[in-house]
Design a protein around this ligand. Structure first.
Ligand SMILES: NC(=O)c1ccc[n+]([C@@H]2O[C@H](COP(=O)([O-])OP(=O)(O)OC[C@H]3O[C@@H](n4cnc5c(N)ncnc54)[C@H](OP(=O)(O)O)[C@@H]3O)[C@@H](O)[C@H]2O)c1
Length: 261
């Protein structure tokens, strides 16, 4: 399956901003129809109008809150009723959760698990069977470079959730390989998006030098290349790749000390 040869449809969660919007732009450039999901309908509609006019693709706007466990099934049912197949699923919606476990109100933790752990798995469970029947499909799960970092204070939930999503993605890839479905975990480092603002700004974001930041479109392009090549993990950028290797070979105690600092 080559994304440039056949008219296909990509479903992208968290497409109203940042990396998700970049995925929408990159897939629209390649001539794919899109289904875009996020809570805010207005930016999704603006995106749909712009990409439809620029690239002649059909963009279906599906506002939805993935903190609601019913949302994935609602999306699936609405698309099924309209006979829209999903060829590419990008589980991208997410947000940061700064602060220690007990300093953050429970609903925020519950939403973290729902949006970044449950919803991606549920969406795979709903859309992958049809991909299996067609013996063709692509799934990108947007985890994070933080999946490779040692556990540390202040990252009690976000980091483990992203590790879980990366591990889930690897296992799913192994299961789907024989069905012609490529599955890639995208693990970006710091990327210019609305992420930092949505998290209320973090100390790290101020202290991190500019050269460490990636552009959202570069990240989306790297992920699309990776999933086409059926790469299990995509870490965009040389520096980010080096960070992942560094923490892989570092003894755990040293890694935890460095991240803790
Ligand atoms: N930026 C980084 O430095 C970075 C690094 C590593 C990994 N990531 C990951 O990349 C992914 C995309 O984040 P981003 O950086 O592009 O941030 P962003 O610009 O804030 O975009 C996040 C997207 O997720 C959507 N979203 C948030 N909560 C949602 C909910 N309850 N239901 C449905 N959609 C929801 C947002 O739309 P609405 O607000 O309209 O719902 C938005 O479209 C996330 O999974 C994040 O963890 C980001």
């Amino acid at each position: 399956m080559s994304v440039s040869q056949t008219r296909m449809t990509a479903l992208i969660t968290g497409a109203s901003s940042g990396i998700g919007q970049a995925f929408a732009e990159e897939y629209a450039k390649r001539g794919l129809d899109l289904i875009v999901v996020a809570r805010k309908a207005d930016p999704l509609q603006l995106l749909a109008d712009r990409l439809g006019a620029q690239h002649g693709v059909t963009v279906t706007v599906m506002p939805g809150d993935l903190t609601d466990p019913e949302t994935p099934l609602r999306i699936f049912d609405q698309l099924s009723a309209r006979h829209i197949n999903v060829d590419i699923l990008v589980n991208n919606a997410g947000f940061g959760v700064p602060g220690n476990l007990c300093d953050v109100a429970w609903p925020r933790h519950r939403d973290t698990i729902e949006v970044m752990a449950s919803a991606p798995v549920r969406l795979c469970h709903l859309f992958a069977p049809a991909m299996q029947k067609r013996r063709s499909g692509r799934i990108i799960n947007v985890a994070s470079l933080s999946a490779f970092l040692p556990p540390h204070a202040g990252g009690t939930l976000y980091y483990p959730v992203k590790s879980y999503l990366a591990q889930f993605s690897l296992a799913l890839r192994a299961e789907m390989k024989a069905d012609g479905i490529n599955v890639t975990a995208l693990c970006p480092g710091f990327t210019h998006t609305g992420f930092q603002d949505a998290a209320g700004g973090t100390v790290e974001s101020v202290a991190i030098p500019k050269w460490m930041w990636s552009d959202a479109n570069d990240v989306a392009q790297a992920a699309i290349r990776a999933v086409e090549r059926n790469k299990p993990i995509c870490i965009p950028g040389v520096f980010n790749k080096a960070v992942a290797v560094f923490f892989k070979i570092m003894p755990g105690a040293v890694g935890r000390f460095i991240v803790g600092r």
